[in-house]
Each structure stands twice: as structure tokens, then as C-alpha cells.
Design a protein around this ligand. Structure first.
Ligand SMILES: Cc1cc2nc3c(=O)[nH]c(=O)nc-3n(C[C@H](O)[C@H](O)[C@H](O)COP(=O)(O)OP(=O)(O)OC[C@H]3O[C@@H](n4cnc5c(N)ncnc54)[C@H](O)[C@@H]3O)c2cc1C
Length: 493
């Protein structure tokens, strides 16, 4: 039986990152994948959905530009768009594979091996790999489980991945449906609502249990997103509960019950069910391996399971399901096995982007979380309409919001940017938070002009009472307040 210092199961973002970090330590590593290298980070997931989003945003912007010049928008061909997405997926997958092959001819050649197949732990050190009905066994001193997650199925819904689909089926349709209902108004559901309404060929319905989409997000952020969705023709069923869904004559019939008890029946061409993900650990190990499972998933202490040489990372574990978090955990687990991680594994300051219209980028706490945690804070908001770059772009929709501690130190707690280029604007603050720095650094550095980051600088200067525009003069566009015990008061200098 061939022996390895480390066997990584699953070559999605977490497993791939773990394997690549292991060869830095010059450890003999085996990476096993049963399906597509890149996992949901590439196929039916992060990269593919972002390609759909980019193409949808481009199509929507193109339609608006043509209107400016009084030109009729051309027909958008679904197959063209789908083929572009497939090219993007193939490009990334090929790169990941080529990289592994090229490592063979490099100074890392004796460290990394790749095996196609489904892995199963027979003991805490022995792994069976089944590929095309052939089985082999390997020995691992250490194991990292990185088997990811899959869409959660609701048994009462007739999911067939053709008419009623999850994110695994949605990218394989034959054409844009003329109508589609999305069950679940979380991030992925809202991203697909943005994508399909953006192409302008699909009437999207979005089912929302509460009175607003994205319930974990601040109300001012959600207001813009909902307004844009509705302007793009999305029908948001608020305060509604799905009480039945059937496939009738190759279409979807669904019934809703509203909070007031009334009911309504709808008929659409397709449905997307987006109600969370389920960790992939069934059949991953024999009972005698003894990995502890709780209601929240695999029990682990900073990636290490209760079986000391077995680690679990990425979507498989119960924390945040994102590519960057999976990669962070994969690398961290390897450092814990073969060295000593230079930093603690912390989840508080992860930067996130929601690919909506407009995009929403954030880092650290939002106001909703700060209030839930009973933290007093100072908060400044600045509308994009005060930023020259946004004016030049002819798109001033959006705002920046910065939260700092309610003391003289004003440590950054979090930031949200809603609008064009939100994701690039967030980076400077993400770095400052991770360095545990206060805001002065941002106040004095000279940003390029015109740029969206100048808006962040102006936020910081507002907090210090030295901004160009004064919040007491431009009410509605700027605000500078503190929240104490959940109650706002203006900060006046
Ligand atoms: C529609 C959608 C959009 C998303 N958008 C974003 C985004 O914009 N940004 C972001 O950061 N994240 C996004 N995500 C989340 C992101 O894709 C996941 O968090 C990430 O892929 C998790 O990586 P992972 O390696 O833990 O798991 P996965 O990517 O699920 O990879 C696990 C791999 O393990 C393999 N495997 C499973 N069992 C076995 C076995 N027994 N033997 C061998 N191999 C096995 C699987 O085939 C798979 O390739 C999105 C997800 C979805 C579904």
C-alpha cells in the first residue's frame, strides 16, 4: 500500500489549496477527486454563476446604453451566453489541471500525486479509492476531508433538475425561461434573481418568508437591492410561505400562503430551489473511524476533528461557505499538521461580495450584527452622489457605510459598500481591520482621483470632524451618528 504524509479528499477550492500548501512543506501528498477539479468553486458554483452575473450585467448595461442612443436592443441568445459560461469554467478547470501536471516536471515533482476516484476511509489511516469499478488502497499519516457540499433538497418539492432545479441544474437549461420562481431569498437565490432579470428575457418571482429579502443584511442595503430588482420586473412575494409545488404539463404550479392567511396559485415555466446546502459526508468513512458529528455537522476544533490525524475544511464544516474561507481553512489545517500557523483562524473579518444589482461588498460587522451583539458604535454613511468618480460614471446609486467603535480610538468594526466597484473599494479597509488599525491611516493617505475609495476617505474624515462636505449641511446624502443602546444620535463637532 503506497504511503503518504497527507491525503486530501476533494479537489474543490479547500482541498486544492490544502494540497498546494502541503507541497510547500515538501510532504508527500495525494489529492483525490471523484468528479470535477475545482468543485463548486468552478462548476455550478462560484465561477460559473459569476460569469452568468458578469454577462447579465453587461447585457443590462448595454440595453441601457442603446436606449440613450435611441437604438433597439438586439435579441440575447441564451446558447451564446451559456457557451461563454462553459468556456470560463473550462478555462479555469484546465488551468488547475495543467498546474498539477506541470508540477510533475518541477522542483515539486516528488511531492504531489493526483487520483481520480471516490475516497472512503476504512480506518483513520487507510483510504479506499474507487474509480471506474476498480478499487485501490493507500495509507495516510494525515487526512484532510474537503468534500464540500451540495444543494439542499426539500423532499416535498418535485426537484428533477430540468423543470424544478437547484443551482446544480440551472445552468443546463435550453433557453431563457419566460418565467421562473425562485424559492429562497438568500444570497444565491437573490444572485440568480439578479442574473435572470438582468438579461431581460425572464419574469422572475422570488418567494420571501419575511417582509424583506436578505434578512441578515441592513435595511438600507436591502432597500436599494429590492428597488432595483422590482424595477427590473422581479415580483417579490413578501411574507409568503410556499405550501405546494407541482409539475403540471411541463410547467410549475405553486401555491403561496401569505401572513394574513390568504392563498394564491401561480404558474411559471421553471423553478429554482435555493434553500441552503448540505455537507457531503455520507459514506465518507466506516463507522469504526469514529469521526464525531453533531447537528451542525462535523465537530472540529480549528479544523481538527476528534480523530487527531483527521481534519475537515471548507463547505463540509458548519461555518461560512465561501471559496476564500475554504482556502483559508485548507491552508490552515496543513500548517497545523506540519508546522505552526502564523495566525489564528478567525472568521470575523472575512470580506464578502454579493453579486446583485448593484454589487454589495462588506467586511467585518454590519449594523444588524453590531446591534444583535449589543455593541455601541459610530457610523457614517456617504451616498455615491457625493463621489466624483460615481458622477463621472453616470451612476450615482449606492453608498458607503463605515462602523467604528464608539470611543476615541475608533477601531474599524466593519464596512459596507453598495454600488459600482464596491468590491475594489472594500480592500483597503479589509487590510486595516486585519491589522487591527484605527482610521487615521485612511484619513491621510492620498487616493487617486477620481476614485470610489475617495468616498471611504471622506467617511473617515467625517468621523474625525474634518471632511470636505459637512454631514449637518448635506443631510440625506451624508450622516455621522452614534448608536448607543440601539438608539441613534447625531455626532456634531
Ligand atoms: C451557485 C453558487 C454560487 C457561489 N458563489 C460564490 C461566490 O461568489 N464567492 C464565494 O466565495 N463562494 C461562492 N460559492 C460557494 C463556494 O462555491 C463554496 O464555498 C466552495 O466551492 C467550497 O469549496 P470546498 O472545496 O469546500 O467544496 P466543493 O467546492 O464542494 O468541493 C468539494 C469537492 O470534493 C469532491 N468530493 C466529494 N466527495 C468526495 C469523495 N468521497 N471522494 C473524492 N472527492 C469527493 C467533490 O466532487 C468536489 O469536487 C457559491 C456556491 C454556489 C453553489
Amino acid at each position: 500500500m503506497e504511503r503518504f504524509d497527507l491525503v486530501v479528499i476533494g479537489a474543490g477550492p479547500s482541498g486544492y489549496a490544502a494540497a498546494m500548501r502541503a507541497i510547500d512543506f515538501k510532504k508527500k501528498t495525494l489529492l483525490i477527486e471523484k468528479s470535477e477539479v475545482g468543485g463548486a468553486g468552478v462548476t455550478n458554483g462560484a465561477l460559473s454563476s459569476k460569469t452568468w452575473w458578469e454577462l447579465s450585467r453587461e447585457a443590462s448595461a448595454f440595453r441601457k446604453s442603446l436606449k440613450r442612443y435611441n437604438i433597439r436592443a438586439p435579441h440575447i441568445n441564451y446558447k451564446e451566453i451559456q457557451s461563454e459560461v462553459r468556456k470560463a469554467v473550462l478555462e479555469r478547470k484546465s488551468m488547475l489541471k495543467e498546474h498539477m501536471e506541470a508540477l510533475n516536471g518541477s522542483n515539486y515533482s516528488s511531492y504531489l500525486q493526483f487520483a481520480a476516484g471516490t475516497a472512503h476511509l476504512l480506518t483513520p489511516n487507510e483510504i479506499e479509492i474507487v474509480h471506474n469499478s476498480r478499487s485501490s488502497k493507500v495509507w495516510a499519516d494525515n487526512i484532510i476531508l474537503a468534500t464540500g457540499s451540495r444543494p439542499r433538497y426539500l423532499p416535498e418539492l418535485p426537484i428533477d433538475e430540468k423543470i424544478v432545479m437547484t443551482s446544480d441544474g440551472i445552468e443546463s437549461m435550453e433557453d431563457f425561461p419566460e418565467s421562473m420562481v425562485i424559492v429562497g431569498a438568500g444570497v444565491i437565490g437573490c444572485e440568480f434573481a439578479t442574473i435572470f432579470s438582468g438579461f431581460g428575457r425572464t419574469k422572475v418571482h422570488l418567494i420571501d418568508k419575511g417582509d424583506r429579502i436578505l434578512p441578515f443584511e441592513d435595511a438600507d442595503v436591502v432597500r436599494i437591492i429590492e428597488r432595483n430588482m422590482e424595477n427590473n420586473g422581479v415580483l417579490i412575494h413578501r411574507n409568503s410561505r410556499l405550501i405546494g409545488m407541482k409539475i403540471v404539463n411541463h410547467r410549475v404550479e405553486y401555491e403561496l400562503e401569505y401572513n394574513d392567511g390568504s392563498r394564491e396559485l401561480f404558474n411559471v415555466e421553471k423553478a429554482l430551489v435555493s434553500v441552503g446546502r448540505t455537507a457531503n459526508y455520507e459514506d465518507l468513512w466506516d463507522d469504526k473511524v469514529g469521526i464525531g458529528i453533531s447537528k451542525r455537522g462535523i465537530e472540529n476544533d480549528d479544523t481538527q476533528t476528534n480523530v487527531p490525524n483527521i481534519y475537515a475544511v471548507g463547505d463540509l464544516t458548519a461555518d461560512i461557505s465561501l471559496v476564500n474561507v475554504g482556502e483559508l481553512e485548507g491552508r490552515y489545517a496543513v500548517e497545523k499538521i506540519f508546522g505552526k500557523p502564523s495566525r489564528k483562524l478567525v472568521y470575523e473579518n472575512i470580506s464578502t461580495i454579493m453579486f446583485l444589482s448593484p454589487e454589495v461588498a462588506g467586511v467585518g460587522l454590519n449594523e444588524t450584527q453590531a446591534r444583535e451583539q449589543k455593541i455601541d458604535y459610530k457610523v457614517v454613511t456617504l451616498e455615491y452622489s457625493t463621489i466624483p468618480r460615481a458622477i463621472a460614471k453616470r451612476n450615482t446609486q449606492g453608498f458607503i457605510k463605515l462602523l467604528v467603535t464608539n470611543d476615541d480610538e475608533m477601531k474599524i468594526l466593519g464596512m459596507k459598500v453598495v454600488g459600482n466597484n464596491a468590491s475594489s473599494a472594500i480592500q483597503a479597509v479589509a487590510v486595516l481591520i486585519s491589522m487591527d488599525k484605527g482610521i487615521e491611516e485612511l484619513a491621510e493617505c492620498v487616493h487617486p482621483h477620481p476614485s470610489i475609495t475617495e468616498g471611504i476617505q471622506e467617511c473617515v474624515r467625517m468621523l474625525m470632524g474634518k471632511s470636505l462636505f459637512k454631514p449637518t449641511a448635506l443631510r440625506g446624502r451624508l450622516s455621522c451618528r452614534r448608536s448607543v443602546n440601539g438608539v441613534y444620535e447625531d455626532i456634531v463637532f
